[in-house]
Design a protein around this ligand. Structure first.
Ligand code: ATP
Ligand code: MG
Length: 308
């Protein structure tokens, strides 16, 4: 029954049904970016596929980044023998690191490239540990009911390192901080065991540290070029709507330049236009007159990124 299945999903953090195979429930993540929920019969049987992506969804307005997605694929097609290949995306807040990682994971899962997909929020030691331990639950390791977190971490790592099983897994470690980088060095799997690690961090130094340990490539994410930035704005708001104004490409360029082409700020400008029905010219006037906070009261980050 749908209700009890949902309860079990919540309790175990995994996703199960009574059909012994993957099943799409409600929010299929193929179209909406929400997680796919899989259901399986046997309590200790490894699911054929696991896609444990976060609750927050891929932006419905995701645009561009094709070259970066290809680069991640290239990094992951290499093999070092000593460590799972790692790709470390780094860049300033709001530049789109998490969205890029989520888009890569979504597409790779849809292609069947990585049937085992795990997301670890590395924003704090507590969260990273909790998410890493959850891998033991999701793959149904027999010892998963232990209360000993250290042994759960060890068994999750051992499962990932099991090269004889030749499982293709992808672990995304989102928002690695200085604090979490230290513990990750101990808990991350070693050996070229068929898995891949995709990491995001705001800190270039952390990217350097992980790169120095080998099998790693950095991807320094910048704001998109002007064409992609305008495309992001256009994806988020229908610039031609209702004949309110003649679409001016030059105005769109001016607006994205004003917010330094930062995806977070472009998204905020687009949301403001969607919510208020304002046109490009109006928004430009607001931003130029330094009243931008009205456009983004819900997010204090905005002003950091507007042009001075
Ligand atoms: N490629 C994209 N297309 C459209 N919108 C995007 C894209 N990348 C990012 N955005 C928008 O920018 C917002 C911020 O992106 P994201 O959360 O990925 O940034 P981040 O670099 O991970 O920031 P932080 O360092 O704070 O975690 C997203 O919520 C989304 O609205
Ligand atoms: Mg992020």
């Amino acid at each position: 029954m749908q209700t009890s299945s949902t309860q079990v999903e919540k309790e175990l953090g995994g996703h199960f049904d009574s059909h012994g195979g993957p099943q799409f429930l409600g929010n299929s993540f193929n179209t909406s970016g929400a997680p796919i929920h899989f259901n399986f019969n046997s309590d200790d049987k490894l699911p054929a596929k696991i896609c444990e992506l976060p609750d927050f969804i891929l932006s419905p307005y995701f645009t561009g980044r094709g070259d970066k997605l290809q680069k991640i694929d290239r990094v992951f097609s290499t093999s070092s023998g000593d460590l799972p290949p790692r790709c470390i995306i780094h860049g300033i807040p709001g530049v789109g690191k998490t969205q890029l990682a989520l888009q890569f994971a979504t597409l790779a899962f849809q292609r069947g490239q990585y049937p085992y997909m795990f997301w670890v929020s590395a924003v704090s030691v507590e969260k990273a540990t909790q998410d890493f331990c959850k891998i033991a639950d999701l793959v149904r390791l027999p010892g998963r009911y232990t209360l000993d977190q250290a042994s759960k971490l060890t068994m999750a790592r051992a499962w990932l390192e099991d090269s004889t099983a030749a499982r293709n897994w992808l672990v995304v470690l989102d928002n690695v901080s200085e604090e979490t980088a230290v513990i990750l060095r101990d808990i991350l799997p070693r050996g070229d065991c068929g898995g891949r690690l995709l990491m995001t961090t705001r800190t270039a130094t952390i990217a350097d540290v992980f790169t120095a340990s080998g099998a790693s490539s950095q991807l320094a994410l910048q704001s998109p070029g002007i064409g992609d930035a305008v495309a992001m704005l256009s994806a988020g708001v229908n610039l031609e709507r209702e004949g309110r104004e003649e679409v001016s490409h030059a105005d769109a360029e001016r607006l994205v330049q004003l917010v330094r082409k930062l995806p977070l700020a472009i998204d905020q400008a687009a949301s403001y236009m969607r919510e208020t029905g304002s046109g490009l010219q109006e928004v430009l006037d607001i931003y130029k007159s330094d009243k931008a906070p009205e456009a983004s009261k819900s997010n204090g980050k905005y002003l950091e990124f507007t042009a001075g």
